[in-house]
Ligand binder design. Structure first.
Ligand SMILES: [Zn+2]
Length: 154
């Protein structure tokens, strides 16, 4: 969650990019109205009520992981929104170099970071991977050539 660069409060649903003098700041609504010229309103997606946030407990057969083409998705979404890497970095509370590494595909964002990116960029970066039951996998791996021949003959 980004914080207001003026008052330091957490910004929940909308962040305001404001101009004060020559510098741009990410601000909450109150500070944006009080201080600067609003350059851009940034929707941060639906706010999640604290009480409804549950820790994700993976079941044995379902896992979540970051999609393979995360680099492409992040870059495209950021460009479509017209955000600079620096602005995106500030919105999610990371360094610009982290964004660059993500977009280069050299750094797979951990789940919490991927969730923040999803929210700010309104994209999907995390997918559920449904795995076959463990026994099924093992069974398949242990198939021998003989088994396969037998299977075909049936
Ligand atoms: Zn503020």
């Amino acid at each position: 969650m980004p914080t207001c660069e003026i008052c330091g409060r957490n910004i929940v649903s909308k962040a305001y990019l404001i101009r004060m003098g020559r510098a741009e700041y990410i601000a909450c609504k109150a500070c944006a109205e009080r201080h600067g010229k609003i350059v851009r309103v940034i929707e941060l997606g639906r706010s999640v009520k604290k009480t409804t946030v549950k820790k994700y407990i993976p079941r044995s057969t379902t896992e979540v992981e970051v999609v393979e083409d995360y680099a492409e998705r992040v870059r495209r979404a950021r460009e479509e929104l017209g955000y600079t890497r620096e602005l995106l970095a500030r919105l999610i509370g990371e360094r610009e170099s982290t964004i660059r590494r993500i977009e280069n595909g050299t750094f797979t964002p951990p789940l919490d970071l991927a969730r923040r990116l999803e929210k700010v960029l309104k994209i999907k970066l995390i997918e559920e991977v449904n795995e076959e039951p463990l026994e099924g996998n093992r069974g398949r791996l242990e198939l021998t050539l003989g088994d396969i021949v037998n299977f075909k003959e049936e």
